[in-house]
Design a binder for this molecule. Sequence first.
Ligand SMILES: CC(C)(COP(=O)(O)OP(=O)(O)OC[C@H]1O[C@@H](n2cnc3c(N)ncnc32)[C@H](O)[C@@H]1OP(=O)(O)O)[C@@H](O)C(=O)NCCC(=O)NCCS
Length: 203
Amino acid sequence: MILYGASGHCKSVIDIAESVNEPIRCIYDDNPRVDNLFEIPVIKFANDVNHTDEKWIVSIGNNEIRKTLSSKLNVVYGALMHKSSSISNRSTIGVGTVVMAKTVINAGVKIGEHCIINSSAVIEHDCVLRNFVHISPNSSLAGEVSVCEGAHIGIGACVLQGIKIGKWAMIGAGAVVTKDVPDFAVVVGNPARLIKYATSNDV
Ligand SMILES: CC(C)(COP(=O)(O)OP(=O)(O)OC[C@H]1O[C@@H](n2cnc3c(N)ncnc32)[C@H](O)[C@@H]1OP(=O)(O)O)[C@@H](O)C(=O)NCCC(=O)NCCS
């Protein structure tokens, strides 16, 4: 497998791959600050890179940048699920998505492409997550929640059953979301309240 982006998030992706004995051949980066990460070579990306025989993951935490890069690369994407995650056979996970340690993904869940399901997150039955979503560590979605493209659920947040989170919305750390959240909204607190609408720098 090949990774793109030698960021902090990339370190967690390397751990996931290691847990399932998936070798990482190398990591590409536009501006490499190191020549290796955990002894995996880090190489400056050039447009003529050709690894058609390998699956790729864009290992960048920022949802917007992940979207831009994944649409630009002409490669085949894979997905990585940590060995310790509990994933229902009755759920689906799109390419480019990474699922970190100790997560729970229950029956009927549909997860899109290039999402991050971070450590110890819980995605309850029948949730639908669109592409480029990030569910941060220790956050929980109750049953039948829908999360639109690019939305970010902050660390330790929880979302009550049946709620819709709009595209590119940001749910603050520790928030308790009790009603639908509009596109691009930034909400915080318990119960979650709107504080502003996100600019591209916030998401
Ligand atoms: C919601 C969030 C994006 C807002 O960031 P911001 O735009 O920089 O906002 P500010 O820090 O200027 O805060 C604005 C106001 O909201 C409050 N606030 C910010 N985050 C809050 C939170 N999580 N819970 C409660 N209140 C919060 C601030 O205290 C401030 O209140 P004030 O105006 O009364 O002083 C950010 O605080 C946050 O929670 N990020 C989540 C990060 C995360 O989970 N990362 C996980 C990566 S794996």
